[in-house]
Design a protein around this ligand. Sequence first.
Ligand code: NAD
Ligand code: IPM
Ligand code: MN
Length: 355
Amino acid sequence: GKTYKIACIPGDGIGIEVIAASIKVLAVLQPLFDFKFEYTDLPWSSEYYRKNGRYMPPLPEALATLRKHDAIFFGAVGDPDIPDHISLWELLLPIRQGLQLGSNVRPSKIFKGVKPPLAGCEVGDLDWLILRENCEGEYCGQGGRSHTGTPYALGTELAVFTRFGIERHMRYAFELARQRPRKLLTLVTKSNAMRHGMVLWDETFYDVAKDYPDVKWDKMLVDAVTIRMVLKPKSMDVILCTNLHGDILSDLAAALSGSIGIAPSANVDPERKAPGLFEPVHGAAFDIMGKGIANPIATFWSAAEMLRWLGEAKAADGLMSAIEHVLEHGPITGDLGGKANTEQVTQAVISALKQ
Ligand code: NAD
Ligand code: IPM
Ligand code: MN
């Protein structure tokens, strides 16, 4: 079997707990499916920041370290005592942008045994792939403040969209859409109010769509799409959207499919020039951290996506079957209505793997 170099960044809060749980599951998975993970443990976190005044080494050095790996396995970042815009702009966002991980792939679906919040919504009724642009838009880091501390204080957050970034992301969305049974893609923008960058999205989309005649598509404004997600979940398949819209829609999708505690994500360079970064959609979860009750399934599923991206499809399928078995038969954590803790779910997934 092959050996893969994995950079492991547990980070903060429940990120530490769910990565530790995943390492246990992956230890059992490796001999079963004949592959090896060689981890580099990177302690980049809020604790590291308190000691060193920074979340990670200077960016070029940090990125060079990450590039020596085949993939990055990430927990979460965020600390109750550190402003969120500092922790995120010191660690996760510079990595996503520095490695040009231009697409953030966020699947969600209703699994057997999971009770979603919407009445009448069942297994198979919600099966989406959110394709969130991952380097641009409101996340580009441009903006500023002035007149601070006066009644005239102002702050700007510039949204930047480039043909290059949009097209790269859209082509990847079409490629993924064409691999799915329904081959349906919904473009989400806000090109009625946002008449520059969002109109560039629409125009780029029309050009790119011509190259994928086998993919059916429609388009919708982001406000209206939230209604459709709730009322007609079955009518959507791949949801293609901007960085900020995708952030919001993916939390909504997670909730509609049962819980943020099962939602995975893959941050990838569609051209594969950098290692992908795989992480749960959720954050450090201050309200439950340190209690050992976080749902580890979002991170297990992210590990499965990492394996699939690395080319270990059988191992990915094996892990997903074990996850599905546990979601259906239990034990499950509190966010899904159960009583189990992280360790019990982890051991149940391990037993399911061994069967
Ligand atoms: P959050 O995702 O951390 O938590 C939102 C809610 O979901 C909380 O009630 C939490 O308990 C629950 N939840 C999240 N994951 C869960 C799990 N695995 N099992 C059970 N319940 C779970 O979002 P937040 O509260 O807005 O953010 C907290 C901190 O995390 C902030 O610092 C934020 O900036 C950061 N954050 C980081 C990431 C990341 O690293 N990718 C993502 C989101 C938020
Ligand atoms: C996510 C998170 C991040 C984002 C934050 C923590 C910067 O919410 O991965 O969804 O907005 O991308
Ligand atoms: Mn988010």
